[in-house]
Design a protein around this ligand. Structure first.
Ligand code: PEP
Length: 252
């Protein structure tokens, strides 16, 4: 199965920037041997999907409302609206949503349910904070965060995308070691096999300071089905270097 490289622009970008990026991405697509998804701010999603709609690139939302709507939820964007804007996937539970916006499991379960109901594929992000890693309680914490998947497992699509993103490695330049990534992914794969009905398969992305120079090594690890990339996804050249890293991971 092809690897999945998902870029998350966070709160970056301009109309012109999206236009140029999409153009650049289209040029490198013929050489890409992986699936690609790009998550731009909601405002730019229709523009991105208009530019990339005819390609295989998935247009990904960074967040979704926990409320189905339509209705009186000022400032919210519903899953149905994201679908209407051309999105196919949505990030749910990114560490910045959990920590900066205090999203808890109840909110995340609502978001997953709304996304799936609208036909969007959720990419559910989990990961431990630094102090929890240092206290050696990280596997326990990851298991705890899987509760949102347990609570929505009957709703989830046949392929369940989960991104393991240690919070201490996001936007810090600190990358988890290959041993740390392998341990977490093996643990999560086991837990998810237990949690999910037999008809569903989990696929795991790693996220946390992935860039062109370390992508190939990470993507070659067994149990790593792709990467979720923040700052390094902001330029096509760096994203292209990460995409090139998926080739190294392909079996000969
Ligand atoms: C992210 O935003 O999910 C992320 C992993 O960011 P960065 O690649 O910048 O660490």
């Amino acid at each position: 199965m092809k690897k999945f490289v998902v870029g998350n622009w966070k709160m970056n970008g301009t109309t012109t920037g999206v236009q140029e990026y999409a153009q650049g991405l289209i040029q490198i697509l013929p050489a890409a041997s992986c699936e690609i998804g790009i998550a731009v701010p909601s405002l730019y999603l229709p523009q991105l999907s208009a530019r990339l709609g005819a390609t295989s690139v998935a247009v990904v939302a960074q967040d979704v409302s926990q409320f189905k709507g339509p209705g009186a939820y000022t400032g919210e964007i519903s899953a149905q609206m994201l679908k209407d804007a051309g999105c196919t996937h949505v990030l749910i539970g990114h560490s910045e949503r959990r920590h900066v916006f205090a999203e808890d499991d109840l909110v995340l379960v609502g978001k997953i349910a709304c996304a799936v109901d609208a036909g969007l594929v959720p990419i559910i992000c989990i990961g431990e904070e630094l102090h929890i890693r240092q206290q050696g309680r990280y596997l326990e914490e990851l298991a705890r965060q899987l509760a949102v998947i347990e609570r929505t497992r009957d709703l989830l699509p046949a392929t369940v995308w989960v991104a393991y993103e240690p919070v201490w490695a996001i936007g810090t330049g600190l990358v988890a070691s290959t041993a740390q990534i392998s341990e977490a992914h093996a643990f999560l794969a086991d837990k998810l096999r237990e949690l999910l009905p037999k008809s569903k398969t989990a696929r795991l992305l790693y996220g946390g300071s992935v860039k062109g120079s370390n992508a190939a090594e990470i993507l070659a690890l067994p149990g790593v089905d792709g990467v979720l990339v923040g700052s390094a996804s902001l330029t096509v050249s760096e994203l292209g270097a990460i995409i090139a890293g998926t080739k190294v991971a392909l079996p000969a």
